[in-house]
Design a protein around this ligand. Structure first.
Ligand SMILES: [Fe+2]
Ligand SMILES: [Fe+2]
Length: 170
């Protein structure tokens, strides 16, 4: 998919609006994958999902972008709550989708992509669209990379991580 400068600018503006949004910045307080947090994680997923989507044709990039940024917008620390810990993998996509609907003006399509990102953990929520499958796959790749990197290494690279997610198109 080849984008015009205008299309690129539109996506970059959406990305930047979320990147600096007060509510989204709260995701920095929710740690995940040994030394990362949901903020860094989600913007990395967004960048990777868009990069992969650009290699394909006829995809709804705006939905991919917004759903990637909001896919883990659950805003609680599941490690601190036993009950949450037990059900986190299955439940957090539903909670993230509800929070996203409450705090942002999102479409039903974006809502579905968020809910479906943890398939097959949540077997009933199969990713129906190509967009949902791209977000789910990008999430898996980023989560895997974060899980295999040590905390010490991640700490050292934190600034680099932040630099790397400042913009959608470098
Ligand atoms: Fe997730
Ligand atoms: Fe995720």
């Amino acid at each position: 998919m080849k984008l015009s400068q205008e299309e690129k600018n539109k996506l970059e503006t959406i990305y930047q609006d979320y990147f600096h949004n007060e509510k989204i910045l709260k995701m920095k307080e929710v740690s995940m994958h040994r030394g990362s947090n949901t903020y860094i994680h989600s913007f990395r997923v967004a960048k990777l999902a868009i990069k992969r989507a650009l290699r394909r044709k006829h995809l709804d990039l705006e939905s991919i972008l917004i759903a990637s940024i909001l896919h883990d917008y659950y805003l609680y620390d599941w490690r601190k709550n036993r009950e949450m810990k037990k059900h986190h993998a299955k439940r957090h996509p539903i909670i993230a989708a509800e929070n996203a609907k409450r705090d942002f003006d999102i479409t039903d399509k974006v809502n579905d992509i968020i809910k479906e990102h943890m398939w097959p953990y949540n077997f009933k929520l199969f990713p129906k669209t190509k967009e949902a499958r791209i977000v789910s796959n990008a999430d898996n790749t980023v989560a895997f990379k974060e899980a295999i990197t040590s905390i010490a290494h991640k700490k050292k690279r934190m600034d680099k991580y932040m630099d790397g997610i400042q913009k959608l198109f470098d």
